[in-house]
Every structure is written in structure tokens, then in C-alpha cells.
Design a protein around this ligand. Structure first.
Ligand code: ATP
Length: 647
């Protein structure tokens, strides 16, 4: 009998938005930033601009001094030659437009013509130099801005990442960083337009005193509209922050290698794509709204500008008709007016762009200064490896209305040479406790002291230098096998220490099977890269912590370090931990109650509290309590059917 092959149906996607269809929200709320942007008036921005331009110049300076100086010089000279060319043009026109034989006029106009040709030529050459130098400086500024942003991000306290506001500030700063090189070129354009406008206005002023005020009056609608539309677009960008953040997250989850298998086997693509489309639709709607609003403003401005033009050309006609200026002067004025209005338009357009960039850059530089208000700012005492760590009444809550406190009044004492196992159900606060003991979070209430000194008074880097840890979700660094162990912390016996740490976890056996051994890049998908098994990566993570103990850290903190390991590898690591225990404080979180027996003491956590403590044997001997319950459950492997059969 043959089985019929049925074409599988495409998975149906729930398109409806309901209570079970949550969108990514509130992680990137843009409302507060939008309010801040909306309240930043053009005059306030005008006051801040010199400061922002100075900082952008400082970035350019640190990126490439020579090119920055050359760029500024070339830009200034181009402006000067532009102005000279304009004066020479008006001189030429004045000489040519007077009545009489043209040959005579040509002779009179010759010096102006010569000046015009030379100035225009030099300006063109300088313009090319400016483009070339900008092309050189811009990518360097981008890199410099990016590095400064990354450094500021790394200088923030870990708790910042739990705050939605921090993510919002990071997003805004990231966008600001990408506008830094544009700010410089835009500032140059503003300078160039100003020079050209000033030159043309100078010419107009000599022809008749009315012309300049009229010209400026006529440009008011364009200027107001330019600033308003800049703000409209900025606000549209800011209020769609969370949706753009969501797009990035969906995109990343859909295309990243680490989840590629689940994307396929769970057939999640249509579902996430639908969410992607919904987020994108919101951005498009906001952008369309902004475009419509901006178009209305521009239309009104165009009407105003038209009226302004009519006014100035009417005034010029009146001046000629009433004999206040002659025909030659009128010709010159026409030319100067065209130059002036194109300079003015450039000034207004670039000024408005500068204003908009200023809003973004303000976000960027504020983040650099404060790391989103979370810059690490602790004491300066550099600690030695602690002999005694005391914890008293420690509490910790993560931000968010949904969150119960993760730790509620934890007290404990840890002594050098002691190994303590921490067990408890999921969410009982074990990892949070380890993060506080590692100095990654500071106590919100209660105290942690190292040899009597509160952790707030210790230098953060000095503290972390004393800690070796295996986090629950350890990094799979896209680095070489040896680099994955030493992470750039080089010891005198570098490879011997790396190999020794690896031998304690069995990572050495895995490396021995790699074609390029310790030099193998652990990043599949890159040339020469290799991928490890889950257990292989965990062995590397534990080897990394053990390598750090070579530099004698005082705390060895391991959060489920053997969860992915086979029994042989697990046994080897527990054995190694026991061997390393003298001389340091070792903390081991494990869900395998049997493994906790390697520790001198076991503490049991429940709902953020320590509910039991003692040696493994003492706790196991008690007839009740959470430890006993968890142990019994772990030992009970008879499924109900087997039990029934045994009855
Ligand atoms: N970064 C975070 N932001 C918000 N809440 C968090 C964060 N990390 C942990 N929590 C919450 O804090 C509580 C304690 O979490 P923790 O990870 O410390 O528990 P745990 O005992 O290590 O759990 P598990 O055994 O599942 O690893 C949980 O309710 C968890 O949802």
C-alpha cells in the first residue's frame, strides 16, 4: 500500500491584534524625548548650536587634524574667492552696461574680468578640494563618534540596561552619532552660504539701502517654514523610536544565526513578519503624517516667499522707473539679488538642517556626558582579594510594575577558602544575588562589604579584577579558541595558563579536535571559523573563569556552570572547583541538588529569601523543608505508569 503524499499547508498567521498578540512596546518610548524636542525652540537651539558645532569639530580634530584644518581653510578660501568673483562680476557688468562703444568698455572691464576668471577658477579648485577632504574626514568622524558612543555605553552601570529610559537614550544617541559628520559639512555649507549672502548683500547695499532689508523680509516665511518642517521631521523620527527598535529586534531574531533553526522548525516567519509589517506600517503612517504637515507648512511658506519676491522685484522696478537707480545698477542688482537669494535659501535650508541635526546631536552628546544618567561613579579603593564578604538585609527590585522584588532581606557571610552552593526554584533570586556579589549591581538597600568596606566605596574595575564568573548565559565570543579563554588578559605563561585552565574543564580535548587548534576562530560562517557544541562552549566559559583565577581573584562565581555538560565533563569540573576552593570564596548555583554536595555549605532560596542553610548532609537529613522536597523530586524518576505497574 502506498501512502499518499500530501502537500503541507502553509501555516496560517493570526493577523488579528488581540490580547494574546503583544507588540514590542515601551522599551523604546519616544514620548518624553518628543516632548523635549518639541520644547526646544529655534532660538534655544540657536544658542546651543555653537557648542554642538564646537564638539563636532573636536571630534573631527581627534579623527584627523590635518584634513580638518585643510578642510576649514579651503572652505574659508572658497568663500572668499566666491565673494571676490561676485564683486568682479558686478564690476564687469557696471563697466559693460554704461552707454558708449563696447571696445572701450571691454578695456575698462578687463581687470574685473581677469579677477572674475581667477576667482571663479580658484573657487572651483577649492570646491573640489573641499569635496575630497570631506570624503576623507567624514568616515573618520563617523568612526570616532561611534567609538565614543561605545565607550560611553560601556561606562554605564549594568542596571541601566534594566531601565527603558536608558534604551531610549541609547537609541537617540546612536542616531545622533550617525549625523555627526553631516553636521560638519552642514556647518560648512552654512558658512559658504553666509559668505555668498554677505557679499551679495554688500553689493546690494551699495546700490540702494532698501534692497537688503527687503531681501531679508522676503526670506522670513522660508526661514520659519524650514525650522518648523525640521522639527516636524525630528518629532516624527522620535515618536517612532519604539517601532524602529521593534523592527530591529524582529529583523535580528529572524535573520540571526543563533535562532535560524528555531525560525524554521517553529515556522515563526509569517507571525514575526506580520508583527514587522505592523510596526513598519506605524512608522510609514507617522512619516506620511509628518510629510503632509510639512507640505502644508511649505505651501504657506511658498506663498509668503512669492509675495516677498513680488515685493522686492516691484521695489526694483519702482527704483528704476523713478530714476533712483540707473539701468546699469539695475542689471547689477538683478544679478546680486539672484546670488543673494540663492545664498539666503542655502543659509535657511542648511540652517534648518543644522537645527534638526542639533536636536539629534544634543541627544548624542548628552549621552556621552552622562551615559544616559548611569555613568559608573563609585569609590576609588582598589580592593585585594576579599577574605570576608558580608551581606546584610540585601534587597533588590528590577524596574517595572510587573516585577516582584528579586531579593528580600538576604543576609550571609562568606569566608575565603569556603565553597557555598546556592539552590532554589526558578526565579528565586539566585542569579540576582550572584550579580550583586560580583559587584555588577550595587545594593539598593542593605549592605555588602568586602573585608569591612562597603562595595560602593570600591573601584568598580578593581572589584571585577577580583572576580571570576561563569554567568548563566555566557558569551560565545567570536574570537580564537585561546582568545576565548584569555580575553586579552595576558599572563607571563600565557599559553601554559590557558592550556591548564582548559585541561581542568575538558576544553583542551575539544580544541585538540579543531583543525587549527588554539588558533581556530570560534565563529562559524566566517572564513576558517568553527562551531562548538553547547557543552563545548560551556567548557570554554568555565575555562575562562578558571584562567582568571591564575591572577588570583578572590571570588569564583559560577551560575549553573555544568548545565550543558556530560557526566564526565561535569565531574571533572566539580573536581577542579573543589581543588581551587582553598584561598578563595567559591559560589556555585546549581539545579542539580546532588552537585551541591561538593560545597561546604548549601543555602536554599525561595522568593528572594534564604529559607534554609547548612551542610548538604544536614539539609538532606531534615525530614521536611524545600531542600528535602527538591531532592526527593530529583530522585523520583519513576513515571506514574511505572508506579502503577509496581503497585
Ligand atoms: N534583568 C532583569 N530585569 C527584570 N527582571 C529580572 C531581571 N533578571 C531577573 N529578573 C527577575 O528577578 C527574579 C529573580 O530572577 P533570578 O534570575 O535572580 O532568579 P534565579 O533564581 O536565578 O532563576 P533561575 O533558576 O530561573 O535561573 C525573577 O522574577 C526574574 O523575572
Amino acid at each position: 500500500m502506498t501512502e499518499q503524499i500530501v502537500k503541507p499547508e502553509k501555516p496560517q498567521v493570526e493577523e488579528r491584534e488581540g490580547e494574546h498578540d503583544e507588540e514590542l512596546r515601551l522599551r523604546f518610548p519616544g514620548d518624553r524625548r518628543a516632548a523635549a524636542g518639541a520644547s526646544m525652540s529655534a532660538s534655544a537651539m540657536l544658542r546651543r548650536l555653537p557648542h554642538l558645532v564646537r564638539r563636532a569639530l573636536a571630534l573631527a580634530w581627534s579623527a584627523d587634524r590635518t584634513s580638518t584644518v585643510l578642510l576649514l581653510v579651503c572652505q574659508a578660501l572658497a568663500g572668499v574667492f566666491g565673494a571676490l568673483a561676485l564683486y568682479a562680476t558686478t564690476g564687469t557688468l557696471t563697466a559693460l552696461l554704461v552707454p558708449g562703444p563696447v571696445t572701450g568698455h571691454l578695456r575698462t572691464a578687463a581687470p574685473s574680468l581677469l579677477l572674475l576668471t581667477a576667482s571663479a577658477g580658484l573657487r572651483a579648485v577649492l570646491g573640489i578640494a573641499v569635496v575630497g577632504l570631506s570624503g576623507r574626514v567624514s568616515p573618520r568622524i563617523t568612526r570616532e563618534a561611534e567609538l565614543a558612543l561605545i565607550a560611553a555605553g560601556c561606562a554605564a552601570e549594568l542596571k541601566a540596561y534594566d531601565e527603558p529610559a536608558y534604551n531610549e537614550q541609547w537609541e537617540a544617541a546612536d542616531r545622533g552619532a550617525s549625523t555627526t559628520p553631516d553636521l560638519l559639512s552642514n556647518a560648512q555649507d552654512v558658512i559658504a552660504s553666509t559668505v555668498s549672502l554677505a557679499a551679495a548683500a554688500g553689493v546690494l547695499a551699495t546700490l540702494h539701502p532698501w534692497l537688503v532689508p527687503l531681501l531679508l523680509l522676503g526670506s522670513v516665511p522660508t526661514a520659519v517654514a524650514a525650522v518648523r518642517t525640521a522639527r516636524i521631521h525630528y518629532l516624527a523620527a522620535v515618536t517612532t523610536n519604539e517601532d524602529r527598535g521593534a523592527l530591529r529586534v524582529y529583523r535580528w531574531f529572524l535573520v540571526d544565526k543563533t535562532r535560524a533553526d528555531q525560525v524554521r522548525s517553529d515556522q515563526v516567519t509569517p507571525f514575526l513578519m506580520a508583527k514587522y509589517r505592523r510596526a513598519e506600517a506605524k512608522i510609514v503612517a507617522a512619516t506620511d503624517r509628518a510629510t503632509r504637515e510639512a507640505a502644508k507648512v511649505s505651501l504657506l511658506a511658498a506663498l509668503g516667499t512669492g509675495a516677498g519676491s513680488a515685493l522686492i522685484w516691484g521695489a526694483l522696478l519702482y527704483l528704476v522707473a523713478s530714476g533712483r537707480i540707473d539701468l546699469a545698477a539695475a542689471g547689477t542688482a538683478t544679478f546680486a539679488l539672484r546670488t543673494a537669494s540663492s545664498g539666503l535659501q542655502g543659509l535657511v535650508g542648511n540652517g534648518a538642517r543644522l537645527y534638526r541635526m542639533g536636536l539629534y546631536l544634543d541627544d548624542y552628546f548628552s549621552f556621552l556626558d552622562e551615559a544616559g544618567g548611569h555613568r559608573i561613579n563609585r569609590g576609588h579603593l582598589v580592593p585585594a582579594a576579599p577574605q570576608l564578604v558580608e551581606v546584610s538585609e540585601l534587597c533588590h527590585s528590577y524596574p517595572g510594575e510587573q516585577q516582584e522584588p528579586a531579593l528580600r532581606g538576604v543576609s550571609m557571610t562568606l569566608r575565603a577558602g569556603e565553597m557555598v552552593a546556592v539552590i532554589g526554584q526558578n526565579g528565586s533570586g539566585k542569579s540576582t544575588l550572584l550579580k550583586l556579589l560580583s559587584g555588577l549591581y550595587l545594593p539598593q538597600s542593605g549592605r555588602i562589604t568586602w573585608d569591612g568596606v562597603p562595595v560602593e566605596e570600591l573601584d568598580a574595575d578593581g572589584m571585577w579584577a577580583r572576580v571570576a564568573r561563569v554567568p548563566q548565559e555566557f558569551a560565545r565570543w567570536p574570537l580564537g579558541a585561546a582568545e576565548n579563554v584569555h580575553l586579552g588578559h595576558l599572563t607571563e605563561r600565557l599559553m601554559a595558563d590557558v592550556e591548564e585552565a582548559a585541561a581542568r574543564t575538558g576544553f583542551d580535548e575539544i580544541v585538540a579536535r579543531l583543525r587549527s587548534g588554539w588558533r581556530t576562530l570560534l565563529a562559524q560562517g566566517w572564513w576558517g571559523g568553527a562551531e562548538l557544541s553547547g557543552g563545548g562552549w560551556q567548557r570554554a566559559a568555565v575555562a575562562r573563569a578558571l584562567y582568571r583565577t591564575v591572577r588570583s581573584p578572590g571570588l569564583l562565581i559560577l551560575d549553573e556552570p555544568t548545565s550543558d555538560l556530560d557526566p564526565r565533563a561535569e565531574h571533572r569540573i566539580l573536581h577542579a572547583l573543589r581543588g581551587l576552593a582553598p584561598g578563595r570564596i567559591t559560589l556555585l548555583v546549581t539545579h542539580n541538588i546532588a552537585n551541591a554536595a561538593v560545597a561546604d555549605r548549601v543555602i536554599v532560596m525561595d522568593k528572594g529569601r534564604i529559607v534554609q542553610a547548612g551542610t548538604w548532609a544536614e539539609l538532606a537529613a531534615r525530614p521536611d523543608g524545600l531542600f528535602r522536597e527538591l531532592l526527593d523530586l530529583q530522585r523520583d524518576r519513576a513515571v506514574p505508569a511505572q508506579r502503577a505497574a509496581g503497585d
